[in-house]
Design a protein. Structure first.
Ligand code: ADP
Ligand code: GLC
Length: 485
């Protein structure tokens, strides 16, 4: 089976969040399955290339029609294990400081940038002669790929057997643009109807993916239900999703167990596993406390946060709750996003530098050290399609403190009994609920035996991709069969 994966980010090439981890890991896992060939298509952002990866130019170029004019696409390639990674190049669109935005404002031409990318995925596949059985697209940035295949490319024999699978990693980001975007994308007004591309008078790239793909997936079973049936969770697309209910599947994400392995983690001074976690985590904690300027004390409860700072993540309630726990919990917060929330965390850290640390920006190595050093990992999300951070935290023996929503509900077990629990959960992203669970955590931390039982449960939970990758491959087959009808 030939699988083309199209996405706007993939680790280790470009990353702003969990989407990149998922796309990177899935490409690798699929490529190791028998009889599978994987081509991964990504935009060539400014910072891609160099380092461990030297890109090779794919000679020549091809043209992409863009509302009455054409833009040139070139490609470069790198072999990453068994995955061939193709980068779509156009300096005007992708040679910029950010991937989607500069500072905090989205690029105004994001519609054009991802129209160009989506169409270049199809033209690029033809250009290199890679005839996919399945195209696996992720999120709004690639929503138009399926729409093109079912409309403008419908009679293109190159793709006559190609099926599409569209994965919703987060329905809160939809790629909403004014109706004129339809023309930039080259669709006729006849397609601007509520059952196709129209959405509240504008054009919605996520909706295009939902309407035109053969099979839809999202990243946890609970989120698959929430976005169809729970008020506000579908963000206006619940009707479209319900109309495709039989084709929508929740497939739980995994984590890359090689990248996220406390035993071999090169960012840690000393590795540890489930047998040696007590000493290993104590050493990681002392090292981080020293690095951050905290009092060095292996018995002080350390709470970690590694997150985008957005409404979704509920960290505003942590910010409000934190002052009450100073002296009982040290907080190490790494987060980037909302400027107001960053400022609030920064002010707390400035006032209490020995108890609260805040760093903004994206720092992979610090993230690894926080996961390893923390006793608890705080993630009180208002909604969470899957969430990888809580799984990473568990693998590193940091007990997650989460809300019972989406993938958090599907991965964290908490019923008050340490022997059945691998973390802590509250029902809502609510300050009172968070405070009450933190109070409970502080008292439980004194009972090391119980605590350690939970840490062992967390560390041995299976978050590998094996089972989910099989589910995807089954769905790819179903999509392919469906396309041949
Ligand atoms: P989301 O995709 O919604 O941001 P996930 O939990 O699925 O949330 O994935 C987040 C990923 O991004 C994890 O790998 C996490 O470690 C990483 N991450 C988030 N923020 C930062 C940051 N500021 N610095 C480094 N890594 C980060
Ligand atoms: C999104 C979601 C997150 C999920 C990730 C990967 O960014 O917010 O919950 O884990 O995608 O699927």
């Amino acid at each position: 089976m030939k699988i083309l994966i199209a996405a706007s980010e993939a680790f280790p090439f470009a990353k702003t969040g969990g989407l990149a981890d998922v796309v990177g890991a899935l490409s690798q896992v699929f490529s190791r399955a028998e009889g599978v060939e994987v081509a991964l298509f990504l935009p060539k952002y400014r910072n891609i290339g160099g380092g461990a990866f030297s890109l090779k130019a794919v000679g020549g170029n091809f043209l992409i029609p863009m509302s009455g004019r054409v833009e040139t696409a070139t490609m470069s390639q790198v072999q990453w294990g068994r995955v061939s990674v193709y980068f779509i190049e156009n300096r005007k669109y992708f040679d910029r400081p950010g991937m989607y935005r500069a500072n905090f404002g989205d690029y105004e031409d994001n519609d054009e940038r991802f129209i160009f990318f989506s169409r270049a995925v199809l033209e690029g596949a033809k250009f290199i002669g890679f005839k996919p059985d399945v195209i696996h697209c992720h999120d709004w940035q690639t929503g138009l790929v399926s729409a093109y295949l079912k409309t403008i490319y419908r009679i293109d024999s190159f793709f006559s057997k190609t099926a599409t699978v569209f994965t919703i990693n987060n329905i809160a980001y939809q790629g909403m643009f004014p109706k004129e975007t339809l023309l930039k994308a080259g669709f006729p007004w006849a397609d601007f109807t509520p059952d196709k591309l129209e959405f509240y008078g504008g054009m919605n790239f996520m909706k295009a993916g939902l309407v035109f793909s053969d099979i839809l997936t999202t990243v946890s079973p609970t989120y698959a239900g929430e976005i169809q049936f729970k008020p506000d969770f579908g963000k206006g697309l619940e009707g479209v999703l319900r109309s495709r209910s039989v084709d929508l599947f929740g497939v739980l994400n995994g984590i890359d167990e090689e990248i996220w392995d406390p035993a071999t983690d090169a960012f840690l001074e000393r590795g540890y596993d489930i047998k040696s976690f007590q000493r290993g985590k104590a050493a990681a904690k002392i090292a981080l406390q020293r690095e951050l300027g905290f009092d060095e004390n292996k018995d002080m409860l350390l709470a970690g946060v590694v997150s985008r700072l957005e409404q979704q993540k509920g960290l505003d309630i942590l910010c409000k709750a934190m002052p009450e726990y100073l002296g009982k919990i040290q907080f190490a917060v790494l987060g980037a996003g909302d400027p107001g929330l960053s400022e609030a965390f920064a002010n707390l850290a400035k006032a209490e530098p020995k108890k609260i640390f805040f760093e903004t920006g994206f720092h992979d190595s610090l993230a690894h050290r926080i996961y390893a050093a923390s006793d608890i990992f705080i993630m009180p999300s208002r909604f969470e399609p899957c969430g990888l951070s809580q799984m990473i935290a568990m693998r590193y023996g940091a007990l997650p403190v989460v809300t019972r929503t989406g993938g958090l509900k599907d991965t964290v077990n908490y019923n008050g009994e340490p022997k059945d629990s691998n973390g802590f959960a509250i029902n809502n992203a609510d300050e009172g609920e968070l405070k009450s669970v933190l109070g409970h955590i502080i008292s439980l931390y004194g009972w090391r035996e119980n605590w350690d039982i939970m840490v062992r449960n967390a560390m041995k939970t299976d978050f590998s991709w094996t089972r989910s990758a099989q589910e995807y491959l089954k769905l790819f087959n179903i999509a392919y069969q469906k396309k041949q009808l």
